[in-house]
Ligand binder design. Structure first.
Ligand code: DX5
Ligand code: ZN
Length: 224
C-alpha cells in the first residue's frame, strides 16, 4: 500500500509570505505541496501561475504538484515543467486529446496526473490510466478553496483504485482535493486515496499551520 501523503494546498496560503508558510509546513513534516492554477475561463476564479511556481522552486526541494484548472492546458505544459513542477495534472473535461497530453507531460520528464470533477464518471479516465501517475478526484467543484466536501464524489476514489488494481498499477496515486480536513481526511483515505490535499484546514485552521497539518496526519494515523 502507498504511504499516505497530506499535501497542503497553497491556494489558501498567505501569498505575501508564501516561502515562510511552505517552510512552516515542511517543519511539520510536509514534503508535497499542491499548487492550484486557475484561468478565469475553465473555472470562475484566478490564482497563481508560472512566475510564482518558479520562485517557489528556488526555495524548496519538496514535491510540487501542479493542478491546472485551465482551458487549453497543452499550451502550458512546457512552461510549467520548466518552472519546476514535479507533477502536472490536467482535467479530463478540458483536454481535447488527453492521451497526447499525458504523454507530453511524461516526455517533459514530469509525472502526469488527470483530474475528474464531481460530475465526471471514473470510467472517463479508464483509457489513460496506464499512462498516468496520479488520478485527482475532485471532492468540490473546482475554482475555490473552503468549500464543503462532497461525499458522493469521494466514492470514486474507490472505483479508481479498483480500476488501477485490475491493471496491476500498484503505484498509481489517487488524490482527493477539496474540503479535506481532520473530519473528512479519514473518509477520503478509507475510500482509497493516498494523497490528501488540504488547503483551508491547514492554512486557516484553528491552530498554527504546523499544528493544523499535524492534526490531519494524526487522525489518519489513528485509524483508517
Ligand atoms: C479547488 C482547488 C483545491 C483547493 C482546496 O478548486 O483545486 O486544491 O485549494 O481547498 P480546500 O482544502 O480549502 O477545500
Ligand atoms: Zn487543486
Amino acid at each position: 500500500m502507498l504511504e499516505r501523503i497530506v499535501a497542503p494546498s497553497l491556494l489558501a496560503a498567505d501569498f505575501a509570505c508564501l516561502g515562510d508558510q511552505v517552510a512552516e509546513c515542511e517543519a511539520a513534516g510536509a514534503r508535497w505541496f499542491h499548487f492550484d492554477v486557475m484561468d478565469g475561463h475553465y473555472v470562475p476564479n484566478l490564482s497563481i501561475g508560472i512566475p510564482v511556481l518558479r520562485s517557489l522552486r528556488a526555495v524548496t526541494s519538496s514535491f510540487l504538484d501542479v493542478h491546472l484548472m485551465i482551458d487549453n492546458p497543452e499550451i502550458f505544459l512546457e512552461p510549467f515543467a520548466d518552472a519546476g513542477a514535479d507533477l502536472i495534472t490536467i482535467h479530463q473535461e478540458v483536454s481535447t486529446h488527453l492521451h497526447r497530453d499525458v504523454h507530453e507531460i511524461r516526455r517533459l520528464g514530469k509525472k502526469a496526473g488527470v483530474a475528474i470533477n464531481p460530475s465526471t464518471a471514473a470510467s472517463a479516465i479508464a483509457e489513460v490510466l496506464p499512462f498516468v501517475d496520479l488520478v485527482l478526484v475532485m471532492t468540490v467543484n473546482p475554482g475555490f478553496g473552503g468549500q464543503t466536501f462532497i461525499h458522493a464524489a469521494a466514492r470514486k476514489a474507490t472505483q479508481v483504485r479498483a480500476m488501477a488494481d485490475d491493471l496491476g498499477l500498484a503505484h498509481l496515486h489517487v488524490e482527493v482535493d477539496g474540503g479535506v480536513g481532520p473530519d473528512t481526511a479519514p473518509v477520503a483515505a478509507r475510500a482509497g486515496a493516498d494523497v490528501l490535499v488540504a488547503g483551508s484546514s491547514v492554512f486557516r485552521g484553528p491552530g498554527t499551520i504546523g499544528q493544523n497539518y499535524e492534526a490531519i496526519r494524526r487522525v489518519l494515523e489513528a485509524g483508517t
